[in-house]
Design a protein around this ligand. Structure first.
Ligand SMILES: [Zn+2]
Length: 81
């Protein structure tokens, strides 16, 4: 597990830029959804769980036209009913 210690200022609108190294290590890309949790006096940011646009599953997701679709649904659609 990689750990970072850094500081960033919050701008007037409450925005904070995540350092490029942090984004790279965590595989965060523009458009990704972040979960924000307040833990005591700290904040935990993590990549938010996304779900399959067809069945709601959180497992084995892949991107398809700006949507997340699970492997089971992809296989079902590939084979047909
Ligand atoms: Zn699915």
């Amino acid at each position: 597990m990689t750990s970072f210690a850094t500081a960033r200022r919050i701008d007037a609108l409450g925005r904070v830029v995540l350092p490029a190294d942090v984004r790279k290590v965590l595989g965060l890309n523009p458009g990704d959804l972040l979960a924000i949790e307040v833990n005591g006096e700290g904040i935990v940011l993590s990549k938010a769980w996304t779900h399959c646009a067809l069945c709601g599953s959180h497992d084995q997701l892949s991107d398809y036209r700006d949507k997340q679709v699970c492997r089971t649904c992809v296989e079902t659609l590939s084979v047909g009913p």
